[in-house]
Ligand binder design. Structure first.
Ligand SMILES: NC(=O)c1ccc[n+]([C@@H]2O[C@H](COP(=O)([O-])OP(=O)(O)OC[C@H]3O[C@@H](n4cnc5c(N)ncnc54)[C@H](OP(=O)(O)O)[C@@H]3O)[C@@H](O)[C@H]2O)c1
Length: 251
């Protein structure tokens, strides 16, 4: 499939996990891809692994910094002039009981996951072509209560709501806005949040399809939502979780 030939896609947090897999998928489908992250060495590594230097631009930008986002949009404007799709993917998790969450934890999660997503989109809008698409990476935790994930889950509920409101707001320009809710996906974030050896088997047992998801499963869904194949879909959340939120665990 070559649904993205000559199109430009911004992917925040493209140095690993779902962002990286989506960059690879969209490059395979012909796109020009801008990937971001906070760390130059990780950006260099991602660029070299993506192996399409003429169609890849890596920009160091912390999504929580409006100065960085302004710099990012200037770089994209110089490189390609416009943007066809945005995958607002960068996110962080702080997973502990609410009584142990500090103000610094709260601010960090909200700054990256909510403020960062909002301003990634708002700052990209002047560059976005009419008829473009925005996909926000939310989480299955917006659909379920998970005791160690109160602020994280609330940040993801907030960005799903953004998909609804911005979907309506930007409809006159033909710009569609949707969110995705990945389940347990085998990435660096998952491994850091679940360091104990039994976690993968325990989590896989909660999933009707019987395994963790792979970043490529998410990339395929993002490519669909970002493409014209989804041209009548906006303001929605697509759950990609092997059945996790749709079932009663262990029943
Ligand atoms: N894995 C799961 O089970 C799961 C489930 C549901 C939702 N999610 C969501 O999926 C998204 C991607 O996570 P992942 O699982 O693919 O984990 P990952 O491999 O750790 O990727 C996270 C990406 O976000 C970037 N990032 C983090 N903070 C950033 C910031 N302030 N500014 C710019 N980039 C930043 C990281 O880049 P650098 O570290 O290089 O800066 C990295 O590229 C997140 O929004 C996460 O909440 C994950």
């Amino acid at each position: 499939m070559h649904r993205f030939t000559n199109k430009t896609v911004l992917i925040t947090g493209g140095t690993s996990g779902m962002g990286f897999a989506t960059a690879r998928r969209l490059l395979d489908e012909g796109a020009y891809v801008v990937v971001t992250g906070r760390d130059e060495a990780r950006l260099d590594s991602a660029t070299s692994r993506l192996d399409a230097p003429e169609r890849t631009l890596a920009v160091r930008a912390d999504v929580a910094s409006l100065t960085d986002l302004d710099h990012l949009t200037r770089q994209i404007e110089t490189w390609r002039g416009s943007v066809d799709a945005v995958f607002a993917n960068a996110g962080v998790g702080v997973f502990k009981p609410s009584t142990e969450l500090t103000e610094a934890d709260f601010d960090h999660v909200i700054d990256v996951n909510f403020k960062g997503v909002f301003f990634t989109i708002v700052k990209a809008l002047p560059l976005m072509r009419d008829g473009g698409s925005v996909v926000i990476n939310a989480s299955w935790t917006l659909h379920r209560g998970l005791p160690i994930a109160s602020v994280y889950s609330a940040s993801k509920a907030a960005v799903h709501n953004l998909a609804r409101t911005l979907g309506a707001d930007l409809a006159p320009r033909g710009i569609r806005v949707n969110s995705i809710s990945p389940g347990y996906i085998d990435t660096q974030m998952y491994r850091e949040a679940n360091p104990d050896l039994g976690a993968e088997a325990r989590n896989a047992a909660e999933v009707p399809l019987g395994s963790l998801g792979h970043p490529d499963d998410i990339a395929a869904a993002v490519a669909f939502l970002a493409s014209d194949d989804a041209s009548y879909i906006t303001g929605q959340d697509l759950v990609i979780d092997g059945g996790l939120v749709g079932s009663v665990p262990g029943a």
